[in-house]
Ligand binder design. Structure first.
Ligand code: G3I
Length: 346
């Protein structure tokens, strides 16, 4: 039987049928949602962007179009058109939607800053923003990054939200979101919390306190913006189990693996290292019952934040080239899901 399967696979491989492999089909096989971040402006102008997106992903996150500065640029004036176009694309292509993000210290509209120090007024802003945005997408957005990056290694990050409203703003933000759409799955999202360190320890205790207080937080989002040095994979497995022990789902929400700009020979080596990293992380997610989705922060090197953020020193962090060819990292994700030990994912 095994011989027959092997020859069938070889036939499929050389007949090109295997090339019809898609990221979402390999992930679905392991009961993992395959997600990516999307830029509204690229949808109407780039056919290959749309096609590659529709073929390979079943969950999408607006990279920037749902951020506070984009949807409420002026106090009390909500502008949803661009975010709506991403939601519309997702619904047309039977994709789930991951709303990003309701409360963050970046991409805040300038008018918010004037409420620094005025707790009652800022609380009203917080509540109204969350209730209006979540209410607008009620029944359409299945996941929300409610609070993003509120913790640092030493404890709470000093932001207008924490400095003015105190640490309990996090709990209240989740309650406002839950009241606006009780069916949505609410996530605390952050970076550098996928392995055991000072910061993930603080996030674990925050989430434990929130859960004990009955806060409607149901998942943790691990951003996973990493380099070609990879991560401590044993620690990653343990951290997933620690979050799961709190009754939380784990979502990989923003993965990319930046590689240093270098000569061609070095770049080929870096792309192979990148493939192994994506493979290992996909496999660990597939083998962890609590890990429910695997999302990359964009999917083509044509649209990524990395070069701009790193002054051009790093690039090519994703799964498809600028011209939408499948990179070694694409096959790394496929291999990771395929070689994962079967796991009973509830
Ligand atoms: O669209 C405008 C363009 O019209 C203008 O000419 C240009 C000049 O500044 O700016 C463009 O907007 C930029 C936008 O990315 C679109 O590319 C913003 O300035 C820039 O601030 C914005 O950066 C985004 C960043 O979050 C801040 O919001 C990145 O694309 C986005 O990838 C990044 O994503 C964050 C997650 O939301 C949270 N986790 C970390 C992650 C990386 O920082």
């Amino acid at each position: 039987m095994k011989g027959l399967l092997t020859s069938l696979f070889i036939f499929l491989l050389f007949s090109g049928a295997a090339s019809s492999q898609t990221l979402k089909s390999s992930a679905e096989y392991r009961k993992v949602l395959m997600g990516t971040a999307v830029r509204a402006y690229a949808l109407p102008i780039d056919k290959r962007y749309r096609n590659t997106l529709a073929q390979n992903f079943n969950k999408i996150t607006p990279e920037n179009d749902m951020k506070m500065a984009r949807v409420q640029p002026t106090e009390g004036v909500f502008t949803f058109a661009k975010a709506d176009s991403v939601v519309e694309f997702a619904r047309k292509n039977s994709m789930l939607i991951h709303g990003h993000t309701l409360v963050w210290h970046q991409e805040m509209p300038s008018w918010v800053e004037r409420y620094r120090g005025n707790a009652p007024a800022l609380e009203k802003i917080l509540k109204s923003h969350i209730q209006t945005v979540v209410g607008h997408y009620k029944g359409k957005v299945q996941y929300w990054d409610v609070v993003n990056e509120a913790i640092e290694r030493h404890g709470y990050r000093n932001t207008i939200w924490y400095d003015t409203l105190g640490k309990d703003f996090i709990r209240r933000a989740f309650i406002y979101a839950h009241n606006a759409d009780p069916a949505a799955k609410l996530i605390y999202n952050d970076y550098d919390i996928a392995t055991e360190n000072q910061k993930s320890k603080k996030v674990l205790s925050l989430l434990s306190r929130l859960r004990k207080a009955g806060t409607p937080v149901c998942a943790v989002g691990l951003q996973m913006h990493i380099s070609e040095n990879g991560i401590n994979y044993g620690s990653f497995r343990r951290m997933i189990q620690k979050y799961a022990s709190l009754g939380l789902e784990v979502h990989i929400t923003e993965m990319d693996v930046k590689i240093k700009k270098a000569d061609e020979k070095t770049t080929v080596r870096s792309l192979e290292k990148q493939k192994v990293i994506y493979k290992k992380i996909a496999r660990i997610c597939a083998e962890s019952p609590a890990c429910k989705s695997f999302t990359t922060w964009g999917f083509t090197d044509k649209y990524t934040w990395i070069p701009g953020f790193t002054g051009g020193r790093y690039h090519k962090p994703l799964l498809f080239t600028e011209s939408y060819a499948r990179k070694p990292s694409f096959y790394g994700v496929i291999d990771g899901f395929r070689k994962a030990q079967p796991m009973d994912k509830r």
